[in-house]
Design a binder for this molecule. Structure first.
Ligand code: NAD
Ligand code: FES
Length: 271
């Protein structure tokens, strides 16, 4: 059993939970994730390890309560317990000092971006971060990212904070400015956002790393649930990823597979 030490609301339906998991906290590297099961027989939910404190023996998980299982997980208050936290799983982020890096986070994907951006900064890169949300309350981790980013540029779709529009508009400006053009882009967010970013970076000839979150079941490469096509080859996000060369990802297939259980989930949650 894994004790929940803190549970706070970061944005509407998005919670930051600090969980006691000493072994995971010690072994984890940026980019890796855990699979959480609230109780025996419950659905297995993959969650990126947003942060970890190996001394305190804790990990931080940022969870968007979109379905029945995630709604039940975020309902566990401090002092409560989670049955299983399996991990760390997946490959660690490959970080090199390439000079200028732009990190783009869309909505709750910013939680997944955070450890990647932090690792890029630790490796000596100059990190510019772009984060976006529907409106101001949906923009998360701005202050935390500012601690190591040269600048944090914010977009909202309704203009309630930062630049009005999508993150891609700001990225496009940076890619078109020779003084700011990065050697590499990291992008994490909705599939549509990552596909739109790759369209821009392909035209600008900039290496792009995306973190994918297809449907996962076992997290061990056995079930095939997280299958994605990258560079024409089948890959399993749980063991070969979750990060991939964005320019090679088949986003159309990923988007179709993501929608597989949408109707079923809507029936369960009544939304
Ligand atoms: P959202 O739909 O509110 O979008 C957040 C921001 O992303 C937007 O404000 C915009 O700036 C950008 N964006 C979205 N679609 C875009 C497009 N087509 N073109 C350009 N920019 C676009 O996001 P949300 O509701 O907070 O996040 C939910 C989504 O994020 C889910 O689809 C979920 O699967 C995904 N997600 C992905 C990861 C990952 O590891 N890739 C992790 C967590 C969540
Ligand atoms: Fe089963 Fe990846 S989750 S193969």
């Amino acid at each position: 059993m894994f004790e929940v030490l803190r549970n706070e609301t970061l944005a509407p339906q998005v919670h930051r939970m600090v969980v006691r998991a000493p072994r995971v906290a010690k072994a984890r590297q940026p980019g890796q994730f855990v699979i959480v099961r609230l109780e025996e027989g419950a659905e297995r939910i993959p969650l990126t390890i947003a942060d970890a404190d190996p001394v305190a023996g804790t990990i931080t998980l940022i969870i968007q309560a979109v379905g029945l299982s995630t709604q039940r997980i975020v309902a566990v208050q401090a002092g409560g317990f989670i049955r299983d936290v399996a991990g760390p799983l997946g490959k660690a982020t490959e970080i090199h000092n390439v000079g200028k890096v732009v990190c783009v986070g869309g909505g709750v994907g910013t939680a997944v971006l955070f450890p990647l951006a932090a690792a890029a900064a630790r490796a000596g890169n100059e990190v510019t971060t772009i984060i976006g949300g529907r409106s101001a309350p949906y923009v998360i981790l701005r202050d935390e990212l500012a601690q190591f980013s040269k600048e944090v540029l914010v977009t909202t779709e309704d203009g309630s904070l930062g630049v009005k529009g999508f993150v891609t508009a700001v990225l496009e400006q940076i890619l078109n400015d020779p003084a700011r053009k990065p050697a590499e882009v990291f992008a994490v967010g909705p599939v549509g956002m990552m596909a739109a970013i790759v369209k821009l970076t392909r035209a600008a000839n900039v290496k792009t790393v995306v973190s994918l979150n297809p449907i996962m079941v076992d997290g061990t490469g056995m079930c095939g649930g997280c299958r994605v096509t990258v560079g024409g080859k089948i890959q399993f996000a749980c063991v070969d990823g979750p990060e991939f060369d964005g320019l090679a990802v088949d986003f159309k297939e990923l988007s179709d597979r993501q929608a597989t259980y949408k109707d079923h989930e809507c029936k369960l949650t009544g939304k």
